[in-house]
Write a protein that binds this ligand. Structure first.
Ligand code: ACO
Length: 445
């Protein structure tokens, strides 16, 4: 069969591939062969466009509805090796960060790419601490929500509203504006989250306390009652800080993709982050730990675990908190949470769900059904139990997830703005509808 060699190694951008770093594609409809450059293990989607049956055609597209095999960006923020169970931020392992760092330091690392010096960390901490207050009008805005409004819906609206309080944030190419937006978003998210909780509970709002650290202050804004000063148990504050580190970033997931996609329009960062909050609101993204708690309550006692697991194996049930699209090994975040559980339960009341969870994990990991499918505990298996031990109600779980994830969203948004490859996100479609129909007057339909 005659083949026609197309302009071999020109990339869509006119770059030239080196040697054998190419993919040869033969279009069996035409017999033509194309050589597509391979860079960093990928081909450019746009290089497929040259593949056509005749010149008038648009050219070939890749169909990938959930981006399951499409790299939407290049990123130097978070590395995941799902097979090996590795998670690193800017090259530092999540284990070391959780053991030796703090959430605010990790937020700095994500955004600026390096661990801060002592002075840089002091300034960063000072700036965040001194931007935790929200404008009084935001409070009045919150008052307009129904008493039973879901706190995540309130948070979503609150973050979006911030763009109207800081109109200069729309100057997204101004370094100082970007820095201030990063500071304000990270600083005000816990305040908005705590206000949404207090509104939902019918309790008065508690203002931030600048004497407290990031996690302590959040617990104070949630739980302070009539005492002059709220001082949380340091073990609980540290456990919360570790949970914040664990949830700070997880590369191109649904909400991060939303932030990048919306941010690519050039909108201000508050609006872009509001898109991330909206994506996180969905039960398939931020809601799994809530489902774990419901499952453990349903199991009720360790004796019922064998029956429950039989139900999972016969596909009547799902083992919530197990399995992950990327991790095909123990989710490193789950292991770290587990290490903090004992400390948390020393400081709080005993929770019988822990015993069920531990036994459930042990039995599942002893069972070939789960190990052969590479199903291991994920971050949500234990996080809900810790939140519950901290007396945080289940409808606040996703709200709490949004607090640390804001640092990841901001880091990803900034990286996107600085990437010369960035264009407004605009996927293609495969059109499957009607064409060329004549309008039918209503009386003839
Ligand atoms: N319980 C029982 N079986 C499971 C589970 C589970 N939790 N997860 C996957 N499986 C089985 C599937 O039925 C499938 O079996 P089969 O090959 O015999 O048909 C096999 O394992 C492979 O599963 P997939 O569905 O292909 O895995 P996928 O990567 O699409 O799904 C997901 C990942 C959605 C996380 C899934 O494991 C799940 O639903 N887990 C429970 C929900 C959960 O904990 N989500 C939180 C994830 S972490 C986070 O989002 C922060």
């Amino acid at each position: 069969m005659a083949t026609e060699q197309q302009s071999s190694s020109a990339t869509a951008e006119g770059g030239v591939a080196t040697g054998s770093e190419t993919l040869t594609v033969t279009d069996n409809r035409t017999g033509k062969t194309y050589e597509l450059p391979i860079n960093e293990g990928t081909i450019r989607g746009l290089d497929l466009r040259q593949i056509k049956v005749d010149e008038s055609e648009f050219g070939m597209l890749a169909y990938d509805p959930a981006f399951t095999n499409t790299a939407s960006c290049r990123s130097a923020i978070t590395f995941i090796d799902g097979e090996a169970g590795i998670l690193e931020h800017r090259g530092y392992s999540i284990e070391q960060l959780c053991e030796r760092s703090t959430f605010l330091e990790v937020a700095y690392l994500l955004i600026f790419g390096e661990l801060p010096t002592k002075q840089q960390l002091e300034r960063w901490t000072f700036d965040i601490t001194h931007h935790t207050f929200v404008h009084e009008d935001v409070k009045h805005f919150f008052d307009g929500f129904r008493y039973d409004a879901h706190p995540m819906g309130i948070l979503l609206a609150g973050v979006g509203a911030l763009s109207t309080f800081y109109p200069d944030a729309k100057h997204i190419d101004d370094e100082e504006e970007r820095y201030m937006a990063a500071v304000r978003l990270i600083a005000k998210m816990p305040t908005l989250a705590a206000f949404s909780y207090r509104h939902n509970m019918g309790l008065p709002y508690v203002y931030p306390d600048n004497d407290l650290g990031f996690s302590e202050n959040f617990l104070s804004m949630l739980f302070k009652k009539t005492e002059m000063k709220y001082e949380p148990d340091p073990r609980l504050a540290r456990a919360l800080d570790v949970l914040f580190i664990l949830h700070a970033d997880h590369e191109q997931n649904c909400s991060t993709n939303a932030v990048r996609g919306v941010g690519s329009s050039g909108v201000d960062p508050y609006s872009a982050v509001a898109a991330g909050v909206a994506a996180l609101y969905g039960p398939l993204h931020g809601g799994a730990n809530e489902a774990v708690l419901r499952m453990l309550r349903r199991i009720e006692s360790p004796e019922n675990i064998p029956d429950f697991l039989e139900g999972v194996k016969s596909r009547e049930e799902k083992l919530m908190g197990f399995g992950h699209r990327v991790y095909k090994n123990y989710d490193p975040r789950a292991r770290i949470i587990q290490q903090h559980m004992d400390e948390v339960f020393e400081a709080t009341e005993y929770n019988p769900l822990v015993e069920i969870a531990r036994e459930l994990e042990k039995r599942a990991l002893d069972d070939d059904y789960f190990t052969s499918r590479k199903l291991y505990p994920n971050v949500d298996f234990y996080s809900g139990i810790i939140y519950e031990a901290l007396e945080i109600p289940t409808n606040m779980f996703t709200v709490i997830f949004a607090i640390p994830r804001t640092s990841g969203w901001v880091a990803q948004w900034m990286e996107m703005l600085d990437d010369p490859d960035t264009k407004i996100a605009r996927p293609r479609q495969v059109y499957t509808g009607e064409r060329d129909r004549d309008y039918v007057p209503i009386e003839q339909r």
